[in-house]
Design a protein around this ligand. Structure first.
Ligand SMILES: Cc1ncc(COP(=O)(O)O)c(C=O)c1O
Length: 395
């Protein structure tokens, strides 16, 4: 079937797959193979030379992975996608691709803890420097760009403080300087936000989260606006660093994607109810949610996100001890890092996901001892609220 004219939700289910090409199997077949047998030695030579299509070796390409990549490229409005064995493999691949020794990476003020760890390695071992900056106004963006900046790397909403940056504004300034912009779109998923449409050059995901949605896969995705450049990355950093996805995990992601739109609508609906409850609760000091009308970047969130998503961060009165006590009082909500699963999860960024960030930078990122991050799941929202209510009343 030709599926390029269908709406997004229909593409999530059909893009990149024709049943007739696969013995009429409705489900995308799982090609769980490490290598592919050639009919003749000459055929092998032609495949290696790129003169004939077909399988060679699954680190270089696999038919199940190919369906996933085509589907995600379409969902993110890009020209090409690559799938990885983790979100961090996608992050490290694009940063290695865009930089060399002596270059500078400009980042948003907050970033995921392991991305921070990677930047530290790049700086200490390869002399690739970085800055974490507030990039809200055009002037702030202009002032933060250095002559050796070769990549602007942003998260929005930022993990875990939910700060929003204006993707369109950043890409406008970046284009003037010829600097590619990479957006970590994990928190929004391709359903709620499409950075390429807003001018970004690359979008990446920890596909472990909403894209899979079922808490049983670690995976990453990188999408680019330029097909040729994506094929270059496939044939260089991805192939030679080797952080590829397994066919089985790709198959599970294809299954997860079929319900992405339905799940994201429910995650957002549930989160907005939980947000209303927490915002009104006297023990909650601050709350961070993209679609909070009191959020200074609310207008930007509304402009670039279809809905508020499933993540809420909040601080409670006190510090680490009080935050840990609240977590220990919960009965339904699971204490776990990760996000985007059917189960509601809570974590403590200060001692968990961002504990690798030195204290000074952690506090500058807004990650205090009292901050908790909630990934609102797909349970009945009343049960989630009731659990939070009973835990807060025991504080
Ligand atoms: C925003 C963000 N980016 C990247 C990653 C890394 O993804 P993975 O754990 O799949 O390697 C995470 C993981 O939590 C994340 O939250």
């Amino acid at each position: 079937m030709s599926n390029s004219n269908f709406s997004k939700e229909t593409m999530y289910i059909h893009k990149g797959y024709k049943t007739g090409d696969h013995q009429d199997s409705l489900a995308v077949p799982l090609y769980q193979t490490s290598t592919f047998a050639f009919d003749t030695a000459e055929q092998g030579e032609r495949r290696f030379a790129g003169e004939e299509p077909g399988g060679i070796y699954s680190r270089l390409g696999n038919p199940t992975v190919q369906v996933l990549e085509e589907r995600i490229a379409a969902m993110e409005l890009g020209e090409g996608a690559l799938a990885f064995g983790s979100g961090m493999a996608a992050v490290s691949t694009i940063l290695v691709h865009l930089t060399k020794s002596g270059d500078h990476i400009l980042c948003t003020r907050g970033i995921y803890g392991c991305t921070f760890g990677l930047l530290k390695i790049l700086k200490e071992k390869y002399d690739i420097s970085h800055d974490l900056k507030t990039l809200i106004t055009e002037e702030e963006i202009e002032n933060a760009i250095k002559p050796n900046t070769t990549c602007i790397y942003i998260e929005t909403p930022i993990n875990p403080t939910m700060e929003i940056v204006d993707i369109e504004q950043i890409t406008k300034v970046a284009k003037k300087h010829g600097i590619p912009v990479v957006v970590d779109n994990t928190f929004s998923s391709p359903y709620l936000q499409n950075p390429i449409e807003l001018g970004a050059d690359f979008v990446l995901h920890s596909a472990t989260k909403y894209i899979n949605g079922h808490g049983d896969v670690i995976a990453g995705i990188l999408v680019g606006r330029d097909k040729g450049e994506m094929e270059t990355i496939r044939g260089t950093v991805q192939k030679d660093f080797g952080g590829i996805i397994s066919p089985f995990d790709a198959w599970l992601l294809i299954r997860g994607l079929k319900t992405l739109h339905v799940r994201m609508d429910r995650h957002s609906e549930n989160a907005s109810k939980v947000f209303d409850f927490l915002k009104a609760h006297p023990s909650v000091e601050h709350i961070y949610y993209p679609f909070d009308v009191d959020n200074p970047q609310y207008h930007v969130a509304k402009k670039q996100m279809k809905a508020g998503g499933g993540l809420i961060s909040f601080t409670i009165k006190g510090g680490v001890k009080e935050a840990q006590k609240l977590m220990n009082e919960l009965k339904l909500i699971k204490i776990a890092v990760s996000l985007g699963d059917a189960e509601t999860l809570i974590q403590h960024p200060y001692t968990m996901t961002h504990s690798v960030v030195p204290e000074k930078e952690r506090l500058e990122m807004g990650i205090t001892g009292g901050l908790l991050r909630l990934s609102v799941g797909l349970e009945n929202s009343s049960d989630i609220i009731e659990d939070l209510q009973q835990a807060l009343s025991n504080m």
